[in-house]
Design a protein around this ligand. Sequence first.
Ligand code: NDP
Length: 315
Amino acid sequence: RKGSVIITGASSGLGLATAKALAETGKWHVIMACRDFLKAERAAKAAGMAKENYTVIHLDLASLDSVRQFVYNFRQSGRPLDVLVCNAAVYLPTASEPTYTADGFELSGGTKPFGHFLLSRLLLEDLNKSDYPSKRLIIVGSITGNTNTLAGNVPPKANLGDMRGLAGGLNGLNTSAMIDGGSFDGAKAYKDSKVCNMLTMQEFHRRFHEETGITFASLYPGCIATTGLFREHIPLFRLLFPPFQKYITKGFVSEDESGKRLAQVVSDPSLTKSGVYWSWNKAFASFENQLSQEASDADKARKVWEISEKLVGLA
Ligand code: NDP
């Protein structure tokens, strides 16, 4: 049978390119989990995806109710779940004030760590039931949260501190909207949430890999300087960032290439190792990359897990 994969945020950028790459093989049915149903349908059509290779199901990760509704709707579809890809994200680098999810979490923090945490925890049951030979749960990471790299050292740097803001629910009322409890900075909020993504992947691996055989993985797909991720940035940045990445840092990858990379992590028989953060070298070959000290801190991973469980109502 065809593999069945859920990709969150598949209406643009990396998620769409991955959906397209997998659908084209004819070996995958892609469930596009998107907050804007029409945009996703249009994007799939424009990408030339054949109707029998995908289904769009509504999911707004900025609402825990919507996450639960999505899981219910997916189960109603009767499809198995072989791979889950947590890809959606928001980046608000120029915001001077935090915005909040339906549950009152800061948006860039709340969408990824909390929305995706609840989604992954609920769907673990479905992954477990699947008879697919290589089941995987993939959480998209980034170089920007890794302070052991050049890109990760561009200020403001990621830093979770003692996580007092996270423990307070990132609600900006009794505590800060920032994970470390500091004053709001949209670019840092994004980077911090990426560190949480990578920590959560490793905690999943420690808790569930041996028992379930599921592969847990993260990746840095390269700098896809043209995606919607940068839509909130100032116009000059949006104009100069793609050529800067192409000609100066040479870290630029096209959306198509990034989609092929994530599609490899979904389906390549050689990428089954669990607990790994994948990257690609200049020859476009995948390798196991090192995470920064903070992004591989087991104590912090456990703490992020425990706080997330409480905040999404699982503990
Ligand atoms: P895009 O902005 O193009 O894609 C983000 C996707 O997430 C969109 O489909 C968007 O939906 C969706 N999304 C945002 N908020 C929600 C929500 N609340 N509920 C459901 N879906 C939501 O950016 P990219 O493709 O660049 O980003 C994809 C991933 O790649 C992210 O995890 C990002 O951190 C990561 N990444 C990107 C890099 C880059 O250079 N671009 C580098 C490293 C990692 P909608 O279409 O409705 O807005």
